[in-house]
Write a protein that binds this ligand. Structure first.
Ligand code: F6P
Length: 341
């Protein structure tokens, strides 16, 4: 069998672990040949690919990023890919294509699959917001980075009697804010799923100060926004890929809290530091399992599906189901955290 693999969309720790796993399982388990397309679907369309063998993936398990490069594909080119996919598969002699990516990539994968390309998807995103899988690799690494940041910010906040507002990634789903906020013991957590009341945050900080705790850390997802009339805050902008981008809630909220509380507040925007660097052991294992199962699914001819973690088992689920909606934080998880505003 000839297997093509590509990584598309925003990168994420664990991508290299999937690529390595696909190559290992395909070559040593089945005697397959593997080629890697460069820079996502662009490589498939433009004919940029290279053979991947055991040496090509040696030493990449712990490396962040992706050895294949990644890019987001303009919607027009996606249609082009879908229209030509039978021709593309023939041109490269591909018996199975394994695209590794987030919601956008999986939607593209579904389109290609519907058009006849033999596709097995592998979900990835630090946001953990892909429906149909309990976890995505990259998420554990991002939560670990954000938790360490909160731990560190607490000591400097306490020294200076400040309020720290840590903005973490998560445009539509607040999983990183929820779990790093819980693990780091943030005093306030703000999620995109629930508009927050600034008054409640102000009261919480005042209550802490009046019982002698002279600092506070608030963990806010980049897509979190205040309830109407709670604070001045503009709407998100639609970027060229059609995503709504809320920029700067960390800065805006820190300034507002400083004004209302009369105490120093500092914003800390963690940004892409959450996506870079070496994956945690958990993410390496999940990524490796996904790669293994993707190759096995290809050999069973289970196309149009993606790997998914269900409980502790890796299962194959239809791509069509996975891209119907995003997996956002449910109410019961907010209650458990106690400090979601
Ligand atoms: O989807 C992953 C993610 O890291 C989001 O959390 C974040 O909003 C976005 O990608 C950032 O994208 P870019 O790298 O294009 O700025």
């Amino acid at each position: 069998m000839r297997i093509g693999v590509l990584t598309a969309g925003g990168d994420c720790p664990g991508l290299n672990a999937v690529i390595r796993s696909v190559v290992h399982r395909a070559m040593t388990g089945h005697g397959d040949e593997v080629i890697g397309f460069e820079d996502g679907f662009k490589g498939l369309l433009d004919g940029h690919f290279r053979p991947l063998d055991l040496n090509a993936v040696s030493g990449i398990l712990a490396r962040g990023g992706t050895i294949l490069g990644s890019a987001r594909l303009e919607r027009g080119r996606l249609r082009e890919a879908a229209e030509n996919c039978a021709e593309l598969a023939r041109r490269y002699g591909i018996d199975a294509l394994i695209p590794i990516g987030g919601e956008g990539t999986l939607t593209a994968a579904r389109l290609l699959s519907d058009a006849g390309m033999p596709v097995v998807g592998v979900p990835k995103t630090i946001d953990n917001d892909i429906y149909s899988t309990d976890r995505t690799f990259g998420f554990d690494t991002a939560v670990t980075v954000a938790t360490e940041a909160i731990d560190r910010l607490k000591t400097t906040a306490e020294s200076h009697q400040r309020v720290m507002v840590v903005e973490v990634m998560g445009r539509h789903a607040g999983w990183i804010a929820l779990e790093s906020g819980m693990a780091g013991g943030a005093h306030g957590i703000c999620l995109p799923e629930r508009p927050f009341e600034v008054d409640s945050l102000v009261k919480m900080v005042e209550a802490r100060f009046s019982r002698g705790k002279k600092f506070a850390v608030i963990c806010v997802a980049e897509g979190a926004h205040p309830a109407q009339d709670s604070m001045e805050y503009g709407k998100g902008e639609i970027d060229q890929f059609g995503h709504e981008r809320f920029r700067g809630i960390g800065n805006v909220l820190a300034a507002e809290l400083e004004r209302r509380l009369g105490k120093e507040a500092r914003p800390v925007i963690l940004g892409h530091v959450q996506r870079g660097g070496t994956p945690t052991a958990y993410d390496r294992v999940l990524a490796t399992r996904f790669g293994w199962h993707a190759v096995e699914a290809a050999h069973r001819g289970e196309f149009g599906r993606m790997t998914a973690l269900r409980g502790t088992a890796v299962e194959m689920v239809p791509l069509a189901e996975a891209v119907t909606q995003l997996k956002t934080v449910p109410e019961n998880r907010m209650f458990e955290a106690e400090s979601v505003f």
